[in-house]
Design a protein around this ligand. Structure first.
Ligand SMILES: C[S@@+](CC[C@H](N)C(=O)[O-])C[C@H]1O[C@@H](n2cnc3c(N)ncnc32)[C@H](O)[C@@H]1O
Length: 250
């Protein structure tokens, strides 16, 4: 990613509605709050967790409350930007994970597969290799190639995915798909307008994907996302700016 994007990530990941919604969704999934299936692990404290492409560690630190957690990222800068209190961090690539086979019960991989330094087939095979049988992985993958824009370029993205290409990639690696749905669907119109303005060359920092909003607006966006995630127990939206996938290694 551009160096300034790492600084931005470190600054906003604990307060920005997008990150707060993602962290709540992922943690809620694992502890059984945002799913009808209940908690994933009977003895959560004893599980081993990998946050693959952990960035500056916002989610990694939260996951470490659920078990012994390692974050890996290709950027040493990202790993050094914040004081990390609980998890262990490794500088390396998800294309070639430096861990033994079947090391982890849970792997998270949030907005990483679309990066140009990621070979998605290799990374999927590596995640399969290091996950224990019966282990789960949670992915968030940017959706719709037509939405590729200046934010994607700034974070060195190579591609966005369709629902079918994302699920096929993970199925072909050997995983069973447990859940696959679009997220950020209720605010999708705002996303589409921003992408349209971006494409016609209107550049304004408020149209960035990670623009810092006034706190009241940030709060409203977060609330809408919480409502959408609650609703998702019953309703699948047909669109959204990202794809949320939960998989299991048989
Ligand atoms: C958009 S950021 C997301 C960070 C974090 N997952 C989050 O949600 O805050 C993508 C991260 O993937 C990392 N990355 C890109 N290619 C990678 C690779 N091959 N192996 C490991 N990390 C990679 C980048 O350095 C960056 O920190």
């Amino acid at each position: 990613m551009d160096i300034k994007e790492y600084y931005r990530l470190a600054k906003i990941e604990d307060s920005h509605w997008w990150y707060r919604s993602v962290h709540r969704l992922v943690i809620g999934e694992v502890i059984g709050q945002s799913t009808k299936a209940g908690p994933y692990f009977a003895r959560p404290g004893l599980i081993r967790i990998l946050d693959a492409g952990c960035g500056t560690g916002g989610l990694t630190e939260q996951l470490s409350g659920l078990g012994s957690t390692v974050g890996i990222d290709i950027s040493g800068l990202a790993l050094g930007l914040k004081p990390h209190l609980k998890a262990r961090y490794v500088n390396g690539s998800i294309n070639d994970l430096p861990f033994a086979d079947k090391s982890f019960n849970l792997i998270t991989c949030i907005s990483v597969f679309y990066h140009r330094q990621v070979s998605d087939k290799k990374a999927a095979a590596e995640i399969f290799r290091v996950l224990k049988n019966g282990g789960k992985a949670i992915f968030i993958i940017p959706a719709f190639q037509w939405a590729f824009g200046s934010h994607d370029r700034a974070v060195h993205a190579a591609r966005r995915y369709s629902m079918s290409s994302a699920t096929a990639l993970l199925k072909n690696a050997g995983f069973t798909i447990i859940k696959a749905r679009y997220i950020f669907g209720m605010i999708f119109p705002e996303f589409v307008i921003k992408r349209f303005l971006d494409k016609i060359g209107v550049s304004n920092k408020m149209i960035s994907d990670l623009a810092e909003l006034p706190s009241w607006l940030n709060w409203i966006f977060e609330l809408v996302c919480r409502f959408e995630n609650w609703l998702a127990k019953w309703v699948k939206l047909p669109f959204g700016s990202s794809i949320y996938i939960v998989i299991e290694k048989p």
